[in-house]
Design a protein around this ligand. Sequence first.
Ligand code: NAD
Ligand code: MG
Length: 400
Amino acid sequence: MVARVTVLGSTGSIGQSTLDVLARHPDKYAVHALSAYSRIELLVSQARATAASVVVVPTHAAALEFRRLWGAGAPSPELRVGPQALAETAGDDQSQIVMAAIVGAAGLPAALAAAQAGKRVLLANKEALVAAGSLFMAAVQASGAELLPIDSEHNAIFQCLPHHGRASAPTQPSPGVRRLILTASGGPFRSRQWNDLHAVTPDEACAHPNWSMGRKISVDSATMLNKGLEVIEAHWLFAMPPERISVVIHPQSVVHSMVEYEDGSVVAQLGQPDMRTPIAYGLGFPERIASGVGMLDLAAAGRLDFSEPDLTQFPCLRLSFEALRSGQIACIALNAANEIAVEAFLSHKLTYTRIPSVIEGVLTQMRGSQDVALSSIDDVLDLDLEARRHAHQIVSSYTH
Ligand code: NAD
Ligand code: MG
C-alpha cells in the first residue's frame, strides 16, 4: 500500500531532503500536500515533480504567483492559502504521514494538528516542542499518533532506546536508561573566544563545518542555542528530567548522540552528517529503507574527539538549561526571543554577541508571568507574542 505524505515546509533544507528520499520510493510513498512560505518558483517545480494534490501558500499574492508560474496546460494542484489552511491540511484525512519541517514557532499549529489527527508525525520543527512540549505530547498520547523525531540527535537516541515497533509518546524514562548524551559539533566558532566574535557576519555564522542547513538553525548551531533547544526537545520526547540530559562536544559529527544505561553500557548511533538518514528512518520505521546517504568509513574518519562544552563560551546554552529548569513560560520566552534576535542578526540589525543579551533580557522581563497555567495553544501563542514584543524592544534599544 502506498502511504500519502504531507510535507510542511517543503522548500526548506529538511523539506528538500524529504522529497529526495520520497522520490527513491515511489512504490511506498506518494505526496498529498506541500507547503512553502516563500520560494514559490521552487514550490511549483516540486509540485510538478511530485504530482502533489494540494499546495499551501501564506498569502493570496503568493497564490497568484503560483498560478502565474504554473501556467496553462497541466491541471494545477488545489491551492490553499494561510495558516488556518496549513493546519487543516496537516490534519486532513488525505495523508497518513506528515513531515513537520517549518522553521520556528510558526510551525506549531500545523504540527499539533497532525498530532491531534493521530498521524505518523515526523518532527523536525523542534521549536514546536520547545514552546508547547506538554500540549504536544498530550496530543500525541490522546490521539495515538506515532511521533518520530527527525532532529539527528533525537533520531539517534530514539534508535538507541528499546522500542517495540511502535513510536508512542512515553510518560516516563525508558527502564534501565540513566542518561541521554547529546553530541554537538560546537559549530564554526568552537575554537574562538566569545569576546572575539563581535564582528562576525551572518555568512560566517551560517558556514557550519559539517551540516548544510537553513540559516536560522545554522546561527543557532553557532551560538549553541540549537543544542539548548535540543536539550528541551529531548526532555519532552523521552520524558527525561533535565539533570539526566547532558551535552558533549564532538567536532566530527559522526556520533549523532548516545544513551547511557544502568549497567554502564553506552549505545550510540553513527553515520554521515546527512539528514536523509533520520528522514528515511522516520518514514520507514520499523523497517529500514534506502536514503541515498553514503556509508560511513570509520577508518577514513580516523579519530573521534569528545570534550565538555564551556558554558562561558556559549552563553545561549547556559540560558537554555536555565529556561528548562524555570518552566514552560521561560522556554517559550527563550525560543521567541531567539527567533527575533537571530532574524535581526541575519538582517544586520544586531551584532552576533548581542543574541544572548536579547534572550536574557526577555527571560528577565517574562519572569513575572511564571504562574500562568498553559492549557491551550492560544495561551502558548499569546506568551510567544508577548516575548516577541519584548525582544523587538530590546533589539531596537541597541540600534537607536
Ligand atoms: P529552512 O529555513 O531551510 O526551511 C524552512 C521551511 O519553512 C521553508 O519551506 C519555509 O518556506 C517554511 N517557513 C518559514 N517560515 C514559515 C512561516 N512563518 N509559515 C509557514 N512556513 C514557513 O529550515 P530547515 O533547516 O529546513 O529547518 C526546518 C526545521 O527543522 C527547523 O525547525 C529546524 O530547527 C529543524 N531541523 C533542521 C535540520 C537541518 O539539517 N536543516 C536539522 C535538525 C532540525
Ligand atoms: Mg540537531
